[in-house]
Design a protein around this ligand. Structure first.
Ligand code: SF4
Ligand code: SF4
Length: 405
């Protein structure tokens, strides 16, 4: 008779060898390499795994990583720094995981994350990840900004309390790298009359470190943020960054008690209010023909697919077009899983593939709902004549008046 934990898959499995029976289930169907067959629209856009599509060796797809994990558990393969390129070029986009869950045989993302943790435990973090960890633990964010005074946001935060039942968790990439998203969000929340606060002691949520296998450090940051939000009286927390939202949502995976807050992505909060509002966009350089790029973390990881695209569709003057690869089949922007930090050229290659698809469907505006997606797509967009905005920026430009159409 097996123990209860043997039957409660997959939440209670933590060590690589506990996944062994699942590793044996991989029968190399290769479904994890492509979009769902019924959803294929064009043979040029059927790949779904960025690292596999770039290096074209099985090891770079989920199917190969299952074999690497099996080799490690069986002692036929040793942990070594040769593994690092395979493990850290995965964008943790989760496209393979969607297939694995669908066919009910494998859960590649859990295994990839456990492999990265194992890599840190057995070989140690990569040099660039050590530096990143040191910066985050010292400054509270990877951009070496002193988070205690939140200097880049001081102007935006004028009149915004540090305590409220609805707290806006800005996130360090939104605050410091794509500051325009933070400004537009705070501006829009103020205009909509949302009674909200922002922590002045907010730190990195810990997601980046956890994705890199530095799980204890990521959990420590998460715990500090949860405690600060509790002290601020939070009952509801709104996020710009899907990676932050996912990190809070998964608190129990990091050995923490999941807080009692309601968690929302900002597009969910705005969708609630959009029916009372009128958005009209007529101040861009060209008439906007826009597609929504699904963030992997917001979409596949958190299953929030419709709120962001409903918001884009609600803007008058915007012609909405759907990507061929959308929702569960979406192609990653290339920034996730720490790839933008570790392998920026590869991150740019992945973004260019998305922009080629955007060009193919004929859009001139990409709407995003994640600061990492916006940053990576924007950097790669120069040669494509495509403008990239976070949805909140578009809404902020387009808001006409409250009180019905
Ligand atoms: S990892 Fe899963 S989807 Fe991919 S080849 Fe193996 S069984 Fe098939
Ligand atoms: S998470 Fe994404 S990049 Fe990583 S193996 Fe799966 S499909 Fe490929």
């Amino acid at each position: 008779m097996g123990k209860l934990r043997d039957y409660v898959w997959p939440l209670v499995r933590e060590e690589l060898d506990e996944f062994y029976e699942v590793l044996l289930r991989c029968y190399k169907c290769r479904y994890c390499h492509y979009v769902f067959a019924p959803d294929c629209r064009d043979e040029r856009f059927v790949s779904i795994c960025p690292s596999g599509d770039r290096w074209r060796f099985d090891a770079y797809y989920a199917s190969g990583k299952m074999e690497l994990a099996r080799g490690l558990v069986e002692g036929k393969l040793m942990w070594s720094d040769n593994l690092s390129h395979i493990l850290y070029t995965c964008t943790t986009c989760g496209a393979c995981h969607v297939w694995g869950e669908f066919i009910g045989r494998c859960y590649p993302l859990f295994i990839i994350e456990r492999l990265r943790k194992g890599y840190v435990e057995n070989v140690g973090p990569l040099p660039q990840h050590k530096a990143l960890r040191d910066n985050i633990m010292k400054h509270g964010n990877p951009y070496c900004v002193n988070s205690t005074h939140y200097s880049m946001l001081l102007e935006d935060l004028r009149g915004v309390s540090a305590r409220a039942e609805t707290m806006y968790f800005v996130g360090c990439t939104t605050a410091y790298k794509r500051h325009e998203i933070a400004s537009a969000t705070i501006d829009l929340l103020k205009k909509l009359g949302v009674d909200f606060g922002v922590l002045r002691s907010e730190k990195c949520c810990g997601s980046l470190l956890a994705r890199l296998g530095l799980v204890d450090e990521g959990a420590k940051l998460l715990e500090e943020n949860i405690n600060a939000l509790k002290e601020a009286g939070a009952k509801r927390v709104v996020f710009s960054c899907p990676e932050c939202l996912k990190m809070f949502n998964d608190a129990d995976r990091y050995g923490l008690k999941k807080p009692d807050f309601e968690f929302l992505h900002v597009t969910q909060l705005l969708e609630e209010k959009a029916s009372r509002l009128r958005f009209e966009l007529n101040n861009l350089d060209n008439p906007p023909k826009a597609a929504y790029h699904d963030s992997c973390y917001l979409g596949r990881h958190l299953l929030i697919f419709e709120s962001p695209r409903n918001l884009v569709k609600s803007i008058e003057g915007v012609e909405y077009v759907e990507f061929l690869r959308n929702r569960r089949n979406a192609w990653c922007c290339g920034a996730g899983g720490g790839v933008a930090y570790t392998y920026p050229e590869f991150a740019s290659w992945v973004a260019q593939k998305r922009l080629e698809e955007a060009k193919y469907i004929g859009v001139n505006v990409l709407a995003t709902a994640c600061p990492h997606c916006k940053d990576n797509l924007l950097k790669a967009s120069k040669d494509f004549n495509i403008e990239v905005y976070d949805i909140v920026e578009l809404l902020s430009k387009a808001l006409k008046r409250e009180g019905g159409r």
